[in-house]
Design a protein around this ligand. Structure first.
Ligand code: SAM
Length: 260
């Protein structure tokens, strides 16, 4: 299956930065000759060796994929979470322009897709093949389109300065290296582009505690929202982090400077 040119033109080897070209059912690095498979039309561009945490959550979400949507839906029905409303309100507030190129890192089963405007270029990556399978099924059922890639969000296989918006909901806590994950989001943004990141507030504190440099040298983690600003690369000067009403989620947003 030939990859869509909009996707192929943006794909790169995240370990070398080189562009990739399609050779039948695989992608080849134009300089190194490194090969990555294309599985059922989805590029699989994963690091050759993955940390234990990454392997664990990849397997976990492969197993949990079938249950993910029903569990999220049930949580909404019994009032444990209000994710549906949160998705709708946060995405509506972004006022995404027609034609914008939007990347979702850790897209999961694509539950944000129905809230995004239909006239955008939507790209999504996820670590779990099972979740991407659900995403594909959901997108088809909703009549939506997105270019999907199986990848680790800490090694985004997409070119630098390619996206107007990077959206992330609920995956960062599972990353082996959340610092790298956030700096990769910044890298793929166009100058002036925005990143919006939402995750559980309780997870934000745990996330920094397991990063040795923070545990040992900066143990004062005042609040979840403040903690998250420590993940923002120092080249980013415009950012905001706050707890959302209800206190369950924080939202970190930043804009890539025009001169980067
Ligand atoms: C709680 S789900 C959130 C999914 C989706 N963003 C949503 O809003 O429903 C967490 C997702 O993060 C993905 N994930 C975990 N670690 C990841 C990583 N290192 N890179 C990319 N995705 C990852 C999982 O596979 C899973 O789909």
């Amino acid at each position: 299956m030939t990859l869509h040119p909009d996707l192929l033109s943006l794909l790169c080897n995240p370990f070398t930065g080189e562009p990739l070209k399609q050779d039948g059912d695989s992608l080849t690095g134009t300089a190194s000759g490194a090969r990555f498979p294309i599985r059922a039309g989805i590029p699989v561009i994963l690091p050759p060796r993955q940390p234990l945490r990454t392997r664990f959550y990849r397997r976990f979400y492969d197993l949990a994929a079938a249950l993910y949507d029903p569990v999220v839906r049930a949580g909404g029905q019994i009032g444990v979470n209000h994710e549906e409303r949160l998705r709708r309100e946060v995405i509506a507030a972004l006022e995404i322009s027609p034609g914008a190129r939007v990347l979702e890192t850790a897209i999961g089963s694509a539950l944000n897709a129905p809230h995004l405007p239909p006239n955008i270029q939507h790209f999504g990556l996820d670590l779990s093949w099972g979740m991407l399978g659900r995403a594909r099924r959901n997108l088809a059922a909703w009549g939506r389109a997105a270019h999907l890639v199986q990848a680790d969000g800490a090694f985004i296989p997409l070119h630098t300065a390619a996206f107007d918006l990077v959206l992330h909901l609920g995956g960062l806590q599972f990353y082996a290296d959340p610092f790298r994950g956030v700096s990769e989001m910044a890298r793929v943004l166009k100058p002036g582009g925005r990143a919006i990141l939402l995750d559980e507030a309780a997870a934000a504190r745990r996330l920094l505690r397991r990063m040795p440099a923070h545990r040992d040298y900066a143990p004062d983690l005042p609040t979840a929202a403040a903690s998250m600003t420590r993940l923002v690369p120092f080249t980013i000067t415009e950012f905001e982090s706050r707890l959302l009403p209800g206190g369950l989620f924080y939202m970190l947003s930043f804009t890539k400077p025009e001169n980067l």
